[in-house]
Design a protein around this ligand. Structure first.
Ligand SMILES: [Zn+2]
Ligand SMILES: [Zn+2]
Length: 216
């Protein structure tokens, strides 16, 4: 059974997954990965970067994370450092052990707790959303690159807009699935509030779910 332990206390883990994407740094090809373990709620999450071109390249790697940043935590506490050891990794499954340190829950308490985890994760590439939400057309030609920091590494990621230039300012709700480009059925789109704007949740016939607001 997979587990996460913090100062020896075991937290229940029902699901662990790794999502990855190609991420080039100034001097190396690599992949950025996001690991999340949950058991009803998120128990542990951590992001990292490793050399390679696909998930299988993580096989046998020992990744030290010196700057976990705000995107990493265990049981609601911030991580101060971590070491992620990948055992057997294939394109869809990874055996991972993690250990490291986290801050105390109270800001006034400067003690450090240790944590360790043994997980079997599902592995998947980050979903590519390369169809326009308004017309279903391809977005590849509008790709841009953006630099961001993951675990202290400055990486360059390829990003796509959600609407093509023809649909910006014209489309008032998601009409086509961004993942596969099929039209959403009228009753498959619902609205919700999202940070003061109208957010949409839509599910296509293939089961892809879009959730978010439209730009502008
Ligand atoms: Zn469009
Ligand atoms: Zn779809």
């Amino acid at each position: 059974m997979p587990w996460v332990r913090i100062d020896g206390d075991e937290l229940r883990v029902e699901d662990a997954r790794i999502v990855w994407t190609p991420a080039v740094t100034a001097n190396a090809e690599g992949i950025a990965f996001w690991l999340r373990a949950s058991g009803g709620r998120t128990v542990m999450h951590i992001a990292g970067w490793a050399p390679g071109t696909s998930a299988a390249d993580l096989d046998g790697q020992d990744v030290r994370i010196e700057n976990p940043g705000p995107d990493a935590g265990v049981d609601g506490r911030f991580m101060t450092n971590a070491r992620v050891r990948f055992g057997r990794v294939t394109s869809d499954r990874a055996v991972v052990s993690v250990d490291g340190q986290v801050e105390a829950l109270e800001p006034s308490d400067d003690s450090i707790a240790t944590f360790e985890a043994d997980l079997v994760c599902t592995v998947a590439p980050m979903a590519e959303r390369d169809h326009c939400l308004g017309c279903g057309g391809p977005l590849d030609r509008y790709a841009a690159t953006r630099d961001e920091f993951v675990a202290g590494f400055r990486i360059t990621q390829r990003v796509l807009p959600v609407l093509c230039p023809n649909c910006v300012g014209v489309v008032d709700q998601p009409r086509f699935c961004p993942t596969c480009g099929t039209a959403f059925a009228a009753d498959a789109v619902s609205t919700h509030g999202e940070e003061g704007r109208t957010g949409y949740t839509a599910r296509c016939v293939q089961g892809h779910v879009f959730s978010g607001a439209l730009p502008g």
